[in-house]
Write a protein that binds this ligand. Structure first.
Ligand code: URA
Length: 200
């Protein structure tokens, strides 16, 4: 099957999920799941946390306030948004933008694993603590886990079913909304990511 068809199948499965309370919320509120968007042959895959209000309203990842910051960071590093793939671990919006619960991550993460297997990126750029913890644990880097404050911007060699992957934990772009001081750190880390993508 083509990558686009495999992605469409994931979307159908998420739409018809009934087991998660987050799906019930989505149905009740008449909003959308957010599967992901971008190049299905991307070498960089960004993995955020969960959709916010704007994302659930449109079905697109990172299209609200955090998305505007992500766009600025991509631009500052010279990375085209259309050349990467952007998704989240949790595909439905948690109410009031609360942190995803462990059982929600457990429910939706198999979809993320399938997306990684379809796209076969060589770089997994995690946005925030939740995707960092999941991706590092899942892809052979559990023993390297530490607080994001000490791991951000560092590159780790992980192992995915499709082959080696480089994992680079990044702060979630929304940290800039709550404190502008992290923007410079994020910009530096995005430059590390760009260099990593260039030398491949
Ligand atoms: N925050 C995320 O983690 N993902 C989005 O898609 C939007 C905001």
């Amino acid at each position: 099957m083509e990558k686009t068809e495999l992605m469409a199948q994931i979307k159908e499965e998420v739409i018809s999920l009934t087991s998660s309370p987050l799906c019930q919320e989505r149905i009740k509120n008449g909003v959308f799941p957010v599967i992901g968007e971008g190049d299905h042959n991307a070498s960089i895959m960004f993995i955020g946390e969960a959709p916010g209000r704007n994302e659930a309203a449109t079905g697109r990842p990172f299209c609200g306030a955090a998305g505007r910051i992500l766009n600025e960071l991509l631009e500052s590093a010279g990375i085209e948004r259309s050349s990467v793939y952007i998704t989240n671990i949790v595909k439905d919006r948690p109410p009031e933008n609360r942190d995803p619960l462990p059982e929600e991550i457990e429910e939706y993460a198999p979809f993320l694993d399938r997306q990684i297997a379809i796209i076969q990126p060589t770089i997994l750029a995690t946005l925030g603590r939740f995707s960092m913890e999941y991706v590092m644990s899942r892809y052979g880097l559990a023993e390297k886990l530490a607080p994001i404050s000490s791991l951000h911007g560092k590159v780790f060699k992980g192992v995915a079913p499709h082959g080696p992957v480089q994992v680079i934990p990044l702060y979630h772009p929304a940290v800039v909304i709550y404190g502008a001081s992290k923007k410079d750190t994020l910009k530096e880390d995005f430059c590390v990511l760009k260099k990593l993508a260039d030398i491949r």
